[in-house]
Design a protein around this ligand. Sequence first.
Ligand SMILES: Nc1ncnc2c1ncn2[C@@H]1O[C@H](COP(=O)(O)OP(=O)(O)OP(=O)(O)O)[C@@H](O)[C@H]1O
Ligand SMILES: [Mg+2]
Length: 380
Amino acid sequence: MKVQLENITLAYGDAVAIKDLSVDIADGESLVLLGKSGCGKTSTMRCVAGLETPLSGRITIGDTVVFDSERRVDVPPNKRNVGMVFQSYAVWPHRTIFHNVAFSLRQQKLPKAEIRERVRDVLDLVGLTEFADRGASLLSGGQMQRVALARSLVMRPSVLLLDEPLSNLDARLRDRLRVELREIQQRLSLTCVYVTHDQSEALALADRIALMQNGRIVQIDRPEKIYDAPFSASIADFLGVSNIFPCTRVASRENLSVLGLTGHDVEVLSRSLPTGPEGAAEGSGAADPADPATPRVCIRPEDIRLLTEPLPEGGNNWLGKVEVVSFQGSYVRYRVGLKGGPELDALVPRHGSALLPVGTPVWATAEPTAVQVLPAEVPA
Ligand SMILES: Nc1ncnc2c1ncn2[C@@H]1O[C@H](COP(=O)(O)OP(=O)(O)OP(=O)(O)O)[C@@H](O)[C@H]1O
Ligand SMILES: [Mg+2]
């Protein structure tokens, strides 16, 4: 079912946690709320679930207005048909898995045969059929998280809210459950709001990502769109772009502009420069990294190539030295110190070749098209 949040503002005492937030979630869509700790992700969820009362705004689930500050509508949580799965599993350890999952259906006093069938279907869906009669305390973390998911799904919620459900699990299990979750969500065409501060989880699970900062959504789009064109350097940073430097405009010629970093020049396509007051300032003075008006040069690690043969100086060829080598299987991540200070992160496909040892002089290079110039923050 579709979910609409309109102009939601929520405060805890004097502290405003969500500011005038609006978002439409389509029927069957998986929306991921992504952002730093304290940006308001959990608060947004809790408003949808009815666990917090916003100061103002309106929330609609399907065609039902469940909250409206003006008309004083506030449907209680248990009448909203919203399922929630949290970071902690909240599974009863002394009961069987079947009992854990069946609990809410039994409370609704559904016929026994129906309960059995629904629990079986859902355990099948999350891959726990053979564990139905096992005590929940005997489960691994990943299995418990599946029980928690099954318990929500068995209620056939119109919307499923998941708040960092995988963050207590180890990395490999998290990767696997992430794919399973996405599969279940797509198979059931379930409307989902998923909270995480893990960017790779967000990219993998979302139909759309809503990036939150300070209680606001600052960018919302399909994962690949946000990844390709973040609105600000802080969003790029959040999505794993590690090469971010303050810059000033040094010169422009034809369709290229030259930007100055500490001791180095970077060429970019002029049309990719931000315009307006926050655009790359003309001048040769040092860029002030603390000044939010100073634009940032952003280059993805995978867009930097490393060569051991000399390249001509200038034109986005920078001489440096390998400082850190981190082997990542099919890729190698290099940290390259450039003359005079700045360090570049390069993610290089390995193709079976030997690794460059620490101390190797290398030329780092990036196409002007791969360089983005972004404002430090999205203007409020
Ligand atoms: N019960 C509460 N009382 C007072 N302030 C709160 C309460 N819950 C959250 N806050 C504040 O509201 C803001 C948003 O909190 P919220 O829990 O929504 O963030 P979050 O994005 O979920 O963060 P995290 O990633 O750490 O879970 C924070 O500044 C937080 O300190
Ligand atoms: Mg939270």
